[in-house]
Design a protein around this ligand. Structure first.
Ligand SMILES: C[S@@+](CC[C@H](N)C(=O)[O-])C[C@H]1O[C@@H](n2cnc3c(N)ncnc32)[C@H](O)[C@@H]1O
Length: 166
């Protein structure tokens, strides 16, 4: 996608993007409540293609739509770690997030990255580290939402998913 096409994408929210954002932001808090075993463990939400959080028309995209829901939940807002990565838009998302929630809303500080997911050794290692530990990490939603799937490390994704369900 060219820079001009990306600007067009972020100018106004398309109906299908709205549906996708609503599905994820509705699903994740419920998933956390269901898998919570009362052990006080944390949850992680990882979006490697996180985008800006907000469209030019003012509509919220997934990171802020979800964070709005978590911010109103007195239990989950203490437990969630957000990890946001985006090659082109992370500074915009960081600003939108900080303007909306400040530094005190969530107990755990969000993680921010601007890695190129298709090329980054850090991302590759991250998937494989989880795989190699061979234990279930905190319940995690990994949102895979690139503009297209060419160049995605599907073996890394398979490795990430491998320990789940054990
Ligand atoms: C479909 S949008 C993400 C939307 C977001 N997940 C949401 O629901 O609001 C895809 C994002 O991926 C980013 N991106 C494109 N290529 C990338 C790459 N190689 N690595 C990381 N991010 C990339 C773009 O800048 C864009 O913000």
């Amino acid at each position: 996608m060219t820079a001009a096409e990306e600007e067009k994408f972020w100018a106004s929210q398309r109906p299908e993007s709205r549906v996708k954002a609503l599905l994820v932001s509705d699903y994740f808090p419920q998933y956390c409540r269901i898998v919570d075993r009362g052990k006080g463990e944390g949850f992680a939400y990882i979006d490697l293609w996180a985008g800006r959080g907000k469209y030019g028309d003012g509509n919220l995209s997934t990171p802020l739509l979800l964070a709005d829901i978590i911010a109103k939940d007195v239990y989950l807002k203490e437990k969630i770690t957000f990890a946001f990565n985006d090659l082109n838009n992370i500074e915009i998302l960081k600003k939108n997030f900080k303007d909306r929630y400040g530094d005190q809303t969530f107990a755990k500080k969000p993680r921010w990255g601007n890695y190129d997911v298709e090329k980054s050794e850090v991302i590759k290692k991250y998937f494989n580290k989880i795989h190699n530990t061979d234990k279930v990490n905190n319940p995690t939603l990994l949102f895979f939402d690139p503009f297209g799937y060419a160049g995605i490390d599907t073996l890394g994704l398979a490795n990430f998913l491998k320990p789940w369900g054990k």
